[in-house]
Structures are given as structure tokens and as C-alpha cells.
Design a protein around this ligand. Structure first.
Ligand code: ATP
Ligand code: MG
Length: 336
């Protein structure tokens, strides 16, 4: 295939890659399974399938932690595998735009650039873009002309709260709350109230089915291990308990959004008030979070149509529309 441009959103839980030539977004778990400490056994969704089930000689891990690269070597390997898959195994020179969080150190930001440079993917040109800017574009906001937009992206291990104006970031805060904390809260509540240990995937499943459970008026049927007897059992977990276990984290998100709003220059206030909050990220879909945000801030909350891929959709716009090219920038000292 011809010269290509890729847009990458490296999430702690999911990696999203837009390929210009295919005009398609790949979403895969950002996970790798290593056998006997040195061989790649599986990657992406198939590594995730083995998570919490793999035998002792296979380690399944996430190379990102809290939105930043924690395991460079495995992250490079994953990027190389995913990019090769787009090109049927033969790597051709390509360009890359990578979305980076704003509220991290310069070293951590640069690590995203170095990752692509060193991943062995024949990168001819590498540009970066602030995640929230891509998110705004992905949600259909004309970020270059808007003055005062608040974007809240609730991901797996992080929530990024950003104020955008005229194509740039005015304020941004990355907090360590997201889908993983929601799952953990559900697990802890079930353990405390029912003396029952459930797996991470079970907790995630409960979290995602709250709306249906609410509607049906049922609790969630789960399988786990009884702490006292050590035996596997089935239990029905009341939906109320699940919802109340999440409130603490919803509070943290709402409080941080309020802090950011308080620090926002008043000149941007009018547009923020008019536009409301743009809520995205996979975990932003959790039941009742949008309501809490609305109650806590008094602002309208716009739920995103494609919360998992809004950053990647924005990257696609930057890649395909000349008007938005200028929001991506080169990191100093990079070789062409
Ligand atoms: N329907 C749903 N309801 C609630 N949560 C959901 C739903 N679908 C996905 N999620 C959650 O979204 C999270 C993944 O979202 P996303 O892909 O945006 O995170 P990420 O970008 O990998 O993480 P981060 O931005 O923190 O690095 C997971 O915790 C998952 O459980
Ligand atoms: Mg993310």
C-alpha cells in the first residue's frame, strides 16, 4: 500500500489507531501477553482475553499506566504489531500524529514521540497534538474558532479535564480516576457486603449493565468466591449497592471540574456557559455520571456519540482537513 498517515490515541486500556489509507479506526486493548518472559504470546484483544486466566508462565500487562508510558519496550512492540497489521506485515515509510495528555511532564510527553521514533515503524515524520484538542474536533467542535470549551474525558485510569480556546489548551488537569476505579469500587463493595470476591471483568460487566439492571429492577447475578468458605458461589448484587459504590469517584470528578471552572479566565465563561460540558471517554458512559456533573456544576452536559473514539476521530480530521493541520506540532530536536 502507498505512503500512509496514522493517528494514534494511546489509552491505558484501549489503543485507537486511525489509518488514512484505510479510512478506519482500529480499537484494540492496549495489552500484551508475554510467554516465559521473552516471547510475545498474544497482543491487543486476544491478550485481554487471557487476562486473569493465563497460566503462570504467561504475563499479561498494560504497558501504559495512568495515561503515560510505563513499559517502553512492550509499548514499542505493540505499536509495531498494530501498524504492521494495517500493512499486511510489510512496513512502508509513514507519517504519525500522536495524541498526548497535557498535564504531564515534558519528559513524559516526549516519551510518546520517542516511542514512535524507536518502535521500528519507519516513521518519516512525527507530530503531536494535545489529546483534548483532538477530542474537541472529534466531537464536532470547531476548536480553532471557539473561545471557551470544556472537555472532560473519562478514560480507564485517568480523567482529563481541559479548557480549550482558539485551538489551544488554556487549562488542563489529569486526575487518576476512571473506569478502573469504578470497577475497583464495585469489587470492594461486593466484598464488604457479601463477603464475595469477584474478578475485574465481572465488575466491569456489572458497571456497563447498570442501565439495563435499573430498568428491569433486578440486581446483577454474579459468580465469585466466598471469602469464608473459599468456594465458588452465585449471588445477586443489588443495583443500588453498585450505584452507591461509584458516588465517591463521581464526586472527585465533579469537584475537579469545579476547580478548573473556578480557575478559568472569566472572559471564557460566557461560551462555556452557552456550550456546556463536552463529556467523552469510554468510562463517561457509566450510569449517572452525566447527571452528577450537571447537578454539581449547573451546566448542560453534552454526551459524546462516540466516546471511545472521539480522540481518534479528531486525529482523522487533522489528517484529512488542511484547515486543522496547524493544531499538530513537532517536538523540538526531532529528526525528520
Ligand atoms: N458502556 C459503558 N459503560 C461504562 N463504562 C464503559 C462502557 N464502555 C466502556 N467503558 C469503560 O471505558 C473504559 C475505557 O475507556 P477508554 O478507552 O476511553 O480509556 P483509555 O483511553 O484506554 O484510558 P485513559 O484515557 O485513562 O488512558 C473502561 O474502563 C471501560 O470499562
Ligand atoms: Mg483515553
Amino acid at each position: 500500500m502507498a505512503y500512509n498517515v496514522y493517528g494514534i490515541d494511546l489509552g491505558t486500556n484501549n489503543i485507537k489507531i486511525y489509518s488514512k489509507n484505510d479510512d478506519k479506526i482500529l480499537v484494540e486493548k492496549n495489552m500484551i501477553a508475554i510467554e516465559n518472559k521473552n516471547t510475545v504470546f498474544a497482543y491487543g484483544d486476544s491478550a485481554f482475553d487471557m487476562y486473569e486466566k493465563a497460566p503462570g508462565n504467561i504475563t499479561v500487562t498494560y504497558p501504559l499506566s495512568h495515561g503515560v508510558i510505563a513499559d517502553i519496550k512492550n509499548m514499542e512492540t505493540l505499536v509495531k504489531f498494530f501498524i504492521s497489521d494495517f500493512q499486511d506485515g510489510s512496513l512502508k515509510p509513514s507519517e504519525f500524529i500522536i495524541a498526548v495528555p497535557t498535564d504531564v511532564t515534558e519528559v513524559e510527553k516526549r516519551a510518546f514521540y520517542d516511542l514512535i521514533k524507536d518502535a521500528g515503524v519507519k516513521a518519516k515524520k512525527i507530530m503531536v497534538v494535545e489529546k483534548a484538542v483532538a477530542d474537541g474536533l472529534g466531537m464536532g467542535i470547531d476548536v480553532k474558532t471557539s473561545q471557551g470549551v470544556i472537555v472532560v474525558n473519562v478514560g480507564y485510569e485517568t480523567t482529563e479535564i481541559s479548557i480549550l480556546s482558539l485551538g489551544g489548551i488554556v487549562l488542563s488537569r489529569l486526575i487518576k480516576v476512571g473506569g478502573a476505579k469504578f470497577d475497583e469500587a464495585i469489587r470492594n463493595a461486593v466484598r464488604k457486603e457479601f463477603s464475595l470476591i469477584i474478578g475485574g471483568k465481572t465488575a466491569e460487566n456489572i458497571k456497563m449493565t447498570i442501565p439495563e439492571l435499573d430498568k428491569a429492577g433486578n440486581g446483577a447475578i454474579v459468580y465469585g468466591r466466598d471469602i469464608v468458605t473459599g468456594l465458588p458461589v452465585e449471588r445477586e448484587i443489588p443495583t443500588k449497592l453498585v450505584i452507591s459504590s461509584l458516588e465517591e469517584h463521581f464526586h472527585t470528578i465533579v469537584d475537579n471540574v469545579k476547580v478548573i471552572l473556578e480557575r478559568t479566565p472569566p472572559e471564557l465563561g460566557a461560551d462555556i456557559y452557552r456550550n456546556g460540558i463536552y463529556l467523552t471517554g469510554g468510562a463517561s458512559q457509566v450510569a449517572h455520571l452525566a447527571e452528577r456533573l450537571h447537578e454539581g456544576t449547573g451546566l448542560k452536559v453534552n454526551a459524546c456519540e462516540n466516546p471511545l473514539t472521539s480522540v481518534a476521530i479528531g486525529l482523522a480530521k487533522i489528517i484529512n482537513e488542511d484547515n486543522y493541520k496547524s493544531v499538530a506540532y513537532a517536538i523540538e530536536g526531532m529528526s525528520k
